[in-house]
Design a protein around this ligand. Structure first.
Ligand code: PLP
Length: 354
């Protein structure tokens, strides 16, 4: 079966096999890694290795804190402004989809959040042109959603801003290279590109961290978690994330996965564009390399496509419930063979029903 789910999503097969091997008994512990203290040397090694791998993959220097938090990206929508939206200041938000809207809503709840640009007028099918953004040079940060999971759009380049970027990278984290210097904070729920649900990766640059509001509730203060294990972390999720990161490093890191992701996306978009039977929903200049959204001539055909694809071993292709249509999520762990199989199925389906 090839899995195109938008999240929780496919994990690399070698990772799952390693977990299967290690699960009842980890190394020579006589017990599994899930049944021992998170302060044991064995877990400390996993935590340190995962953090070191993230630093290496992204080229993060000592000035960056790597945090493994809980609550999903959705809690970050609140925690970011709670920490960084000043009482006497404001923050800018780029509204490019439903997740960005949710982040903005939480910020507005806490203070003065501004919409710097929005693509809601055309159902979030594009990324607003930077020349139209109304940026405030005094904003505490500029928040953006690098990849819009539901609508299949993605920032093709990182936003240019005078202020630190804060990025919800949940659905394209570690799928391509980034320029860390531009960011104050990056967060990502693990369950699409880096692991299972249950852990949220948060990267914070130290000078940005030092600007946070005070006082803050203990658990929601990023300072509580920077550089230490304050409470029990989501050990199982981090244990798997560490393996996914090792797998990614073994492939050749971000330049290698970026090239693979480019090839996968090109194959699929080329198939969509070849005839009028399939219609991509994102504007070509904003197309996501992670979530490829498309439609068929009728909803009835779309339902048939999902059902027959499932019979053929291609699962998770139904579009998000709020927009309908079809969506193939082709995250890092989705092999190119899966995309080739989907393209062949699309050829067959068009021949039969087109
Ligand atoms: N941000 C983006 C871009 C997402 O795709 C999602 C989930 O699909 C979320 C945030 C919400 O993440 P979580 O379920 O971890 O709160």
């Amino acid at each position: 079966v090839y899995n195109f789910s938008a999240g929780p999503a496919v994990l690399p097969e070698p990772v799952l096999l390693e977990v299967k091997e290690e699960l009842p008994v980890y190394r020579n512990l006589g017990t599994s890694i899930l049944e021992i203290s998170h302060r044991s040397p064995e877990y400390a090694e996993i935590d340190a290795s995962a953090k070191a791998l993230l630093r290496k993959l992204l080229g993060l220097g000592e000035e960056w804190h790597v945090l493994f938090l809980q609550g999903g990206a959705s809690l970050q929508f609140h925690q970011v402004p709670l920490n960084f939206l000043p009482k006497d200041g404001s923050a800018d938000y780029l509204i490019t989809g439903a997740w960005a809207q949710k982040a903005y809503k939480e910020a507005k709840f806490l203070g003065n959040a501004r919409v710097a640009a929005s693509s809601e007028d055309r159902n979030f099918s594009y990324i607003p042109d930077p020349s139209t953004w109304e940026l405030d040079p005094k904003a505490a940060y500029l928040h953006f959603t690098s990849n819009n999971t539901i609508y299949g759009t993605q920032f093709q380049t990182e936003p240019e801003a005078e202020v630190p970027l804060v990025c919800d990278a949940s659905s394209d984290f570690l799928s391509r290279r980034i320029t860390p210097e531009r960011y104050g904070l990056i967060y990502a729920g693990a369950q699409k590109n880096v692991g299972p649900a249950g852990v949220t990766v948060v990267l914070i640059r130290d000078d940005f961290l030092q600007r946070r509001n005070q006082p803050l509730p203990t658990m929601l203060d990023y300072g509580t978690h920077a550089g230490k294990l304050f409470n029990t972390p989501p050990v199982f999720a981090v244990y798997i994330v560490e393996k996914v990161l090792r797998w990614l490093e073994g492939l050749g890191g971000l330049p290698a996965i970026e090239a693979i992701n480019d090839r996968k996306a090109a194959l699929l978009y080329e198939r969509i564009d070849r005839t009028d039977f399939y219609r991509g929903t994102a504007e070509p200049g904003a197309r996501s390399k992670m979530n490829v959204t498309f439609r068929l001539p009728t909803e009835e055909l779309e339902q048939r496509f999902v059902a027959e694809a499932k019979q053929a071993g291609l699962i998770g292709l139904k579009g998000h419930r709020s927009v309908g249509g079809l969506r193939a999520s082709i995250y890092n762990a989705c092999p190119i063979e899966a995309v080739e199989a989907l393209v062949s199925f699309m050829d067959y389906f068009e021949q039969r029903y087109g």
